[in-house]
Ligand binder design. Structure first.
Ligand SMILES: [Zn+2]
Length: 217
């Protein structure tokens, strides 16, 4: 905890005064263009990865970057997505998974079902396709745990994009062409991002050129 307090002291005395005009401007409101949905994992820092300042990324963080489908009335994610799209009018939503995801690992291994009941209740939002994949791994028996995790992390991105597209605010944005969705995976060891290419269904290195719109059926 002391790490945070020391950082706060440095922020107040060194960082904030240096950017005071930016913070004065931000105090009047925010206009982020991108809603970035990623895992709560402490190793994933979108602002550092994309070199963004405060006000540029509207973040949603959940265990396993899961986005419950609509109808989950108690989900804060639904409300936050709605606000991002309808209130802030973001033009892009990224669902970004990452390597070595603890939530995905637990979904695969189910090692702590009794100790982590809330986690497992939440992990049901990994969706039927992820469950199907897990069953396939159990039957195949010869796929390494690392490869299983990698494939599940990819399948989960597809599942979450599908959930996201079912939300009414998102569906409207996609239909009117004012909103684009992106599926990415961040590799913690290399810093590289792979992006879902909907034509091939493959995850390819993220191009720094503008991405085409993602069509979710
Ligand atoms: Zn994670």
């Amino acid at each position: 905890m002391q790490r945070l307090l020391d950082g706060y002291a440095r922020f107040r005395t060194e960082v904030f005064p240096h950017h005071s005009s930016l913070f004065a401007q931000l105090a009047r409101g925010q206009k982020p263009e991108v809603c970035f949905i990623t895992c709560s994992d402490s190793r994933v820092m979108p602002e550092m990865i994309f070199q963004c300042e405060p006000g540029q990324i509207f973040p949603i963080r959940t265990a396993g970057n899961l986005v419950p489908p609509p109808g989950e009335s108690h989900s804060g994610v639904t409300a936050t997505v709605e606000y991002a799209v309808k209130g802030l009018k973001v033009t892009d939503i990224v669902v970004c998974g990452h390597s070595g995801c603890g939530a995905m690992k637990e979904f695969l291994e189910r090692k702590h079902v009794d100790e982590l009941p809330a986690v497992h209740a939440w992990l049901r939002h990994a969706g039927p396709s992820s469950k199907w994949l897990r069953g396939l791994f159990e039957q195949a028996g010869d796929i390494s745990p690392e490869k299983q995790l990698e494939l599940l992390t990819q399948a989960n991105i597809l599942a979450q994009l599908n959930h996201l597209a079912q939300h009414s605010a998102v569906a409207e944005g996609l239909a009117s062409g004012t909103l684009r969705l992106h599926g990415w995976i961040y590799d913690i060891a290399t810093g590289e991002i792979l992006s879902l290419d909907t034509d091939s269904g493959a995850f390819l290195p993220l191009s720094v050129e503008p991405e085409p719109a993602l069509h979710i059926a």
